[in-house]
Design a protein around this ligand. Sequence first.
Ligand SMILES: [Zn+2]
Length: 61
Amino acid sequence: MALETAFYSCPYCEEVIEITVDLSVGDQEYMEDCQVCAKLTRFGVQVHGDEFILDVHGYND
Ligand SMILES: [Zn+2]
């Protein structure tokens, strides 16, 4: 397990939210409701060794 903490700004309510990313899974895409406004949000994680890039989009973007 390689859990990393990341912050993103919700594309809907612009609230800054903390999430945990499991880098041991490798590249991943998933959807989750915003913890604040409950809108469906798409997450994309690209893992590059110990680094990762987090992309966050609204469900319809
Ligand atoms: Zn939100």
